[in-house]
Design a protein around this ligand. Sequence first.
Ligand SMILES: O=C(O)CCC(=O)C(=O)O
Length: 267
Amino acid sequence: MTRYVRSFVRAGERQAVLAWLSELRPLWEQRWSTLRPPPPGETQRPLLRPVWWLGSWQFACLGYYRPPGGTRDRCVRAEPFPPPLRAWVERIGAEVRSSVAPSDVPRAWAPNTCLVNLYGERLVDGRSEDRGRVGDHRDHEPGPVASVSLGARALFQFVDRRGRVSEERWLDDGSLLIFAGPRHKEQLFHRVQRVDRKGAPLPPHLDDFVTRRVNFTFRYVPEEHILSLTQLSPESSADVAHYVDLLAERSSWWFDARKEAGWEGSG
Ligand SMILES: O=C(O)CCC(=O)C(=O)O
């Protein structure tokens, strides 16, 4: 099922989220470990866009959370949701309870992880490259996913495994989209086909990226699969140490987490 709420974000929340975004220095991750060869047939590449995770961080090089096989060493505890996002989570919970069949909502489901995706143009050697898309994929966290959009509208599509469009809709500024159930979570893939070029840039204002849309996807990862830095295997710790150094430069929460783990200077 899907449920779309056109005007979800309230004016005060919008201001508070824009203020939070203006301080954000998102991370450009590499898709694969920089210490081990990529899987056969894959080549190392940066992600298309910079990201930030809240609640728990799923580093691309650790392979993202992918039950049932990929649950160990995938999710690392990250900084908590800031107040305006907590308000969204409360209202998302109410929307989920009123619109999603209870059989599609795991008993302990509560959004405890949020991926913040920035869409726009990357500036490379004075040229601008459009980064307003995401390729076909599924979100493997159990239960509903709730997606809140700010800025330029995006064409969001559900597609089959051959990439044929099954459903599509424009996600407007300030909207909420919830998707849940076997068809939209397990059978179909989803993607962002393009992001409008209209509208003023959004924060953060970065040297090499002009942001025109920010999307927040709220997900649920079972608590037992969210690890502190010290619980990661030695191999995974080595893979993410450099990123944790960068996060510690950008966030006091990560600075403290790195210190608590005794990781200073390990990346
Ligand atoms: O930006 C969007 O609307 C969707 C993002 C997405 O597909 C994801 O975070 O998995």
